[in-house]
Design a protein around this ligand. Structure first.
Ligand code: NAD
Length: 284
């Protein structure tokens, strides 16, 4: 039976450390502040933003929420980002994805000042992640790496398979595993013979967003299985890509959904907000 990696517990330890750092900054007269923009009424986005605000509250970071109507224009959104860029009391800025289809998300991300880009989505920060010298860490992949570190698992020399090649999860995940000297294979929707590839993995990261994509016969005995995805089952309950009940019997380590990667992603966002404070106060 696999050991379950408790993301909730690890994240809560990380949040305690962030709390102490925020306290120290406040004693120096600096109040870290994260601005979150949400456009429209997407229910999942509303939950994510609510959770981010709750995390800010827990660690003592001031949170600003800008809730814009679905018919917001591109100019209004970009102008808000520019205003926040210029506001010295704001350290981190993020725009909750997805935004309504009539808006150009790329332009919005490119407008966020790279120094305040706590999601690390700006091309400058993506470039730094590629080179491996970034200040900001991509939240979800870094959350995964933290879970591995916590369990004493290194990717060095291991066969790592990442399912998914998105800009926010799959690609940066692969880069972080590579940076730790893993031998990385990226799989995606056009990959042929997925089970053949996954069966080779010592570390398998699943981020396809496809429920029950990863079954027990696709997992090597003793492998580390990290389930990033957040899907809904027929009862509307949160689930990942992995058939947890069956894979748990084969894997060496496994992450649950919920309570796995999700809380880790949120904890890294809080850490990134502190990084933004440190970078910006250094410059001033
Ligand atoms: P995405 O839709 O942008 O990318 C999905 C990727 O999976 C694509 O690259 C696609 O090629 C690949 N894929 C799809 N079907 C596949 C298949 N049958 N076989 C192999 N590959 C397949 O999604 P994303 O933004 O990368 O997110 C992936 C999942 O992770 C989603 O469920 C999302 O909700 C979740 N997510 C979780 C967190 C977290 O904090 N836990 C953070 C971000 C995203």
């Amino acid at each position: 039976m696999a050991k379950i990696i408790d993301g909730k517990k690890i994240a809560s330890e990380m949040l305690s450390e962030v709390f102490m750092e925020v306290k120290a900054l406040k004693e120096k007269g600096i109040e870290p502040c994260l601005a979150v923009i949400i456009v429209g009424d997407d229910p999942a986005s509303k939950v994510y933003v609510k959770n981010k605000k709750a995390d800010c509250g827990l660690v003592g970071i001031r949170s600003l929420e800008f809730s814009l109507p679905a018919d917001t224009t591109q100019k209004e959104l970009v102008d808000l980002v520019k205003k926040l860029n210029n506001d010295r009391s704001v350290h981190g800025i993020l725009c909750q994805s997805p935004i309504p289809k009539h808006l150009d998300e790329k332009e919005v991300i490119n407008t966020i000042s790279p120094e305040k880009d706590v999601d690390a989505f700006h091309p400058v920060n993506v470039g730094h992640i590629m080179i491996g010298d970034g200040a900001f860490l991509p939240c979800t992949p870094t959350g995964v790496m933290e879970m591995l570190r916590h369990e004493g698992i290194s990717a060095e020399g291991k066969r790592c398979v990442v399912i998914g090649r998105s800009n926010i999860v799959g690609k940066p995940m692969s880069l972080l595993l590579l940076a730790q000297n893993g031998t990385v294979t990226i799989c995606h929707s056009k990959t042929k013979n997925l089970p053949e590839i996954t069966r080779d993995a010592d570390i398998l990261v699943c981020a396809a967003g496809v429920r029950n994509l990863v079954t027990a016969d696709m997992v090597k005995e003793g492998a580390v299985v990290i389930d990033v995805s957040m899907n809904r089952n027929d009862e509307g309950k949160l689930c990942g890509d992995v058939d947890f009940a069956e894979v748990e019997k084969v894997a060496g380590y496994i992450t649950p959904v919920p309570g796995g990667v999700g809380p880790m992603t949120r904890a890294i966002l809080m850490k990134n907000t502190l990084t933004a404070v440190k970078n910006l106060t250094k410059q001033n």
